[in-house]
Ligand binder design. Structure first.
Ligand code: SAM
Length: 273
């Protein structure tokens, strides 16, 4: 399949799925490859024939939607953000919890891919906060729409490239070498619950002190969908809690309930007032 054919197809199809072409522009190869395979399986010549097919078979849009998730992730993705989480934000949330005699802090990681983000959060808690606040535990719920991603979280084995930003001392302590990379030791997988969910239609129950919604909603979905999801996220975020979005992402305008977290104005970290 020609790249230009795929681009033309995506520019036509993505808005119809309430998705944003600019979010896909640089990472489209993953989706183009899936569409190519899917066209072959349907016996279609390429994206132009697939477009006709979609117009004749409305139910096919659901199949196309399932081809769209971008699954790129890595541990400690964006050093400045995770440095801040470990040294300032998590300790602050722990102090607030201590002050209010709360023993269980709840965090949510949406679009968790193969577990890189929630496991990084767990490690940041373990190495920065747990030694100071033994009385408080962190419970993380992590969701993803793709069952194959959740299966990988259970194996918790990663290439060395995926771990390259993780502080070396953490890697040495928390991972054991395995064929082709490293596997997270079992004790560092505790306290994380993985759930298959589509963020557009479902969120875990209850309130959270910390929600990570990074490199998903505010990159790949259109503004209307972003606003709907954001309203539901705000209903799940405790007052004084933090919403973390991707560093290059922008919230829809007019989100009065959120202010940039002091000291993290350029990191995509917001406080719910
Ligand atoms: C680009 S990755 C980002 C992973 C991680 N949050 C990070 O920043 O490194 C996006 C993840 O969101 C998942 N995803 C895509 N659409 C989703 C949806 N509608 N609901 C939940 N997860 C979704 C993908 O399967 C993928 O694992």
């Amino acid at each position: 399949m020609q790249d230009s054919d795929c681009v033309e197809f995506l520019q036509w199809a993505l808005p119809r799925l309430h998705r944003r072409w600019p979010g896909f522009r640089k990472v489209r190869a993953q989706v183009c490859k899936r569409i190519d395979r899917h066209c072959k399986a349907l016996g279609l010549a390429g994206p132009r024939a697939y477009r006709d097919y979609l117009e004749q078979h409305p139910a096919e849009w659901e199949a196309l939607d399932r081809l769209c998730p971008i699954t790129i992730s890595s541990f400690y993705r964006d050093k400045a953000v995770f440095d801040f989480l470990g040294t300032a934000l998590l300790p602050q949330l722990a102090r607030d919890a201590h002050q209010h005699a709360v023993r269980d802090l709840r965090a949510l990681s949406l679009g968790c891919a193969s577990g890189e983000e929630p496991y990084t959060l767990k490690l940041a808690w373990h190495f920065h906060v747990a030694p100071v606040h033994r009385e408080i535990s962190l419970h993380i719920i992590a969701t993803d729409v793709l069952p194959e991603m959740l299966e990988r979280t259970r194996q918790a084995c990663y290439s060395s490239g995926s771990l390259k930003r993780l502080p070396e001392a953490w890697r040495a302590q928390a991972f054991e070498p395995a064929a082709g990379g490293y596997c997270l030791r079992t004790e560092y997988r505790q306290g994380i619950e993985f759930v298959q969910q589509d963020v557009r239609t479902a969120l875990p129950d209850g309130r959270f002190s910390l929600i990570l919604c990074r490199n998903l909603v505010f990159t790949y979905f259109d503004e209307g969908t972003q606003r709907q999801i954001l309203a539901r996220l705000l209903a799940r975020l405790s007052p004084g809690g933090a919403l973390v979005i991707g560093r290059r992402e922008i919230l829809p305008s007019g989100t009065a309930e959120l202010t940039p977290w002091p000291g993290a104005e350029r990191l995509g970290i917001y406080r719910r007032d």
